[in-house]
Design a protein around this ligand. Structure first.
Ligand code: ADP
Ligand code: ADP
Length: 228
């Protein structure tokens, strides 16, 4: 069962760059799918199109099972984690994670409980009152993950989320992300140019090549699931 499908998606930017040509990608519910390819092959462009942050030049994005909101967007199904944590510097950790719930209209009391849960998921329950500038890069990334998960999305889009972190922090976050994935059963679409990361994390790897961006391989990984 697919959660989202890119159908013959092409993207040419206004400066003439052909980022994607005829990309077909079917993300199945519950899988951890890595989109692996060299820098510039169009991975971010594909992810942004799925997130509704960019329009394809041609082709379509299909959400076979989604409920739609009034504006015709799939409703609250997506969480997005970028490489840069993009936290609001003037707001505490608590308020950074709280905001998406309040924007969705969740009551203050319910939001408070859910923020506490989300911070516990990423091991930051003691840092609720801290400001982003007081946190390490890895901790900021954890806040960003909590913010993406607090709305309980069915699909988590991650664009090279740990690329800017040191090796040890990156491995720790990889392991913690796997635990969360196994515990909560959301679908992950994970963009990376690291073969190691994709093999370590994924249940499936889609390999892309550049100029123009297209799929050259699609690999199901039997191990490591179930891993423990
Ligand atoms: P669109 O074709 O979707 O309208 P644009 O070509 O207008 O997109 O570019 C959107 C933004 O991305 C602009 O602010 C532009 O400066 C910036 N941009 C341009 N070239 C690149 C690039 N190679 N990589 C990333 N961003 C770029
Ligand atoms: P990846 O995520 O695989 O590194 P991107 O999707 O960021 O690749 O970029 C694919 C191609 O499109 C690259 O050549 C990049 O420079 C170009 N590109 C990305 N965004 C823009 C933009 N807004 N305007 C023009 N070119 C862009």
């Amino acid at each position: 069962r697919s959660i989202v499908r890119l159908e013959h998606v092409a993207k040419t930017f206004s400066n003439g760059t052909v980022a994607l040509a005829d990309l077909n990608l079917d993300v199945a519910e519950g899988e951890f799918l890595s989109l692996l390819g060299p820098s510039g092959c169009g991975k971010s462009t594909a992810l942004r199109i799925i997130a509704g942050l960019g329009e394809p030049t041609s082709g379509a994005v299909a959400w076979p099972k989604a409920m739609y909101d009034a504006s015709g967007k799939p409703e609250a199904e997506i969480g997005f984690v970028f490489q840069e944590p993009t936290l609001m510097p003037w707001a505490t950790v608590f308020h950074n994670v709280w905001l998406p719930l309040r924007l969705k209209g969740v009551s203050k009391a319910a939001a408070r409980t859910r923020v506490a849960e989300a911070l516990e998921m990423v091991g930051l329950e003691k840092f609720s009152a801290a400001y982003p500038r007081e946190l390490s890069g890895g901790m900021k990334m954890r806040v960003s993950i909590a913010r993406a998960l607090v709305t309980r999305p069915r699909l988590l889009l991650m664009d090279e989320p740990f690329a800017a972190l040191d090796e040890i922090t990156r491995q720790k976050l990889n392991d913690d992300l796997l635990k969360l994935y196994k515990q909560f059963g959301f679908t992950v679409l994970f963009v990376t140019h690291s073969v190691f990361e994709s093999v370590h994390l994924s249940s499936r790897i889609v390999v892309m090549a550049a100029r123009p961006g297209r799929v050259i391989d699609d690999i199901a990984i039997e191990a490591p699931y179930p891993r423990d």
